[in-house]
Design a protein around this ligand. Structure first.
Ligand SMILES: *Cc1c(COP(=O)(O)O)cnc(C)c1O
Length: 432
């Protein structure tokens, strides 16, 4: 594959943009390569500036569940843009998207639109604190909730200590209000609650973890979070930025049958445009300004073009429930392929999947939390990734990201992908 134009652009980009990218994982740093610069995409195919075409399993990190440049979504975006791209005033489309979300997700009675997942989580945390009058939050190791200060926090030394900053520039004072526990570990959660009791405003969790690779929850773990937050008067926040409208039309909460107090959305609800949202019971949501004391605002919030893309996407998903059945079936083909070739070529692989998100860790044994996820052999991952890219399969350039299926992936695309998985595993086997 020729990457001359991409190389040239990357050199120039690095002069003008830190690391040449506007979001770190795009830089391909963890796989030691330079990123292809993308020119266009349609369906499940993405084309770089050198004319190389790939079958795409990144899907803009989750939003493109219908595939790229879906005709209907693009038509609605065009219509909206021609009517004006921003007013800073209420519009009918905001009600329409809010209604679609509230109808799909029963625990959400009211919803506030913002412009990114990060912004939505940050606002949801402020709301939980404002509602409960408490400061501390509990998050889980390996879960990502955007880059706001209080959530860029890792576990302090030893269990039950308060968190420490996971980025330069995050004040230790902020991190102190974030407690960290291991994913799928109810015992640790119970200990945290016993220690901090009524200091805890909220527990925030990815109901299917998708930012340490894919790690499914134990249903008992999620149920326990629900029970314990209720017992201690803290709020349960589901960060459904990935899982919302992805693992089912009613999100992970519908899939597992557990209702959180606040739900955070992003990615799919924007249909490829910048949208985030947070919602929950009326009683909680009415604490937000202008009717309540919790301040939150946004110049481009509820942007008409972004709302149009979100509405078109959700309507398509609502009117075609067979999409979820198909996505599940397609993803299961890839899951089986990973397992089959892992056995055939004796490559260690732990394959995790929930619906149309999946990931294969290069390690023996189960992956059910951050500690087991980081056991994956990253040297093998890098070989796997490079071989896939060379065969024209574009996957996330990091072990700790998900593979996303879209409605636009057809059987022939899956067949090519499965062939590429076999080739890549057989190549790895030769180097072991
Ligand atoms: C992507 C993501 C976010 C952050 O959303 P942005 O739009 O990138 O700010 C938050 N939470 C989860 C679970 C995510 O996957």
């Amino acid at each position: 594959m020729n990457h001359a134009k991409s190389q040239e652009l990357f050199i120039k980009a690095k002069e003008l943009i830190p690391g040449g990218v506007n979001s770190p994982v795009r830089a391909f740093k963890s796989v030691g390569l330079n990123p292809p610069f993308i020119r266009k995409a349609k369906g499940c195919k993405i084309t770089d500036v050198d004319g190389n075409e790939y079958i795409d399993y990144v899907g803009s990190w989750g939003p493109m569940i219908l595939g790229h440049a879906n005709d209907l979504v693009i038509e609605e975006i065009k219509k909206a843009a021609e009517e004006g791209t921003s007013f800073g005033a209420p519009t009918e489309r905001e009600i329409e998207l809010a209604e679609l979300i509230c109808e799909a997700v029963p625990s959400v009675e009211m919803v506030r639109m913002v412009s990114s997942g990060t912004e939505a989580v940050m606002s949801a945390i402020r709301l939980a604190r404002g509602y409960t009058g408490r400061d501390k939050i509990l998050k889980f190791e390996g879960c990502y909730h955007g880059h706001s200060d209080g959530l860029l926090v890792k576990a302090g030394s030893g269990a039950l200590t308060t968190g420490v900053p996971d980025s330069a520039g995050v004040p230790a004072d902020f991190a102190r209000n974030t407690i960290t526990a291991s994913y799928n570990n109810s015992l640790e959660v119970e200990e945290v609650f016993k220690k901090f009791e009524s200091e805890l405003a909220a527990v925030i969790v990815e109901p299917v973890a998708g930012n340490m690779g894919v790690v499914p929850p134990d249903i008992e773990f999620l149920k326990f979070l629900r029970k314990l937050t209720e017992k201690y008067g803290a709020l349960l926040i589901f960060d459904e930025v990935i899982t919302g409208f992805r693992v089912s039309y009613s999100g992970a909460q519908g899939y597992y049958g557990i209702n959180p107090d606040i739900t955070v959305f992003g990615k799919i609800i924007g249909g490829g445009m910048p949208v985030g949202a947070y919602g929950g019971k009326k009683e909680i949501m009415e604490k937000i300004s202008p009717i309540g004391p919790v301040y939150q605002a946004g110049t481009l919030s509820g942007n008409p073009v972004a709302m149009a893309a979100g509405i078109a996407t959700l309507k398509m998903l609502r009117d075609h429930p067979e999409i979820y059945v198909e996505l599940d079936e397609k993803a299961s083909q890839l899951e089986k392929a990973f397992k089959r070739y892992s056995e055939k070529y004796t490559i260690p692989a732990a394959v995790n999947r929930v619906g149309s998100v999946l990931c294969s860790f290069f390690t023996e044994g189960e992956v059910r939390d951050f500690k087991s996820a980081v056991r994956s052999d990253l040297k093998i991952f890098t070989k796997y990734f490079s071989a896939m890219l060379e065969s024209g399969i574009y996957t996330a350039p990091s072990q700790f990201e998900a593979m996303f299926l879209s409605w636009a992936h057809k059987q022939e695309d899956l067949d090519r992908t499965i062939k590429a998985i076999e080739n890549s595993f057989s190549m790895i086997a030769e180097t072991l």
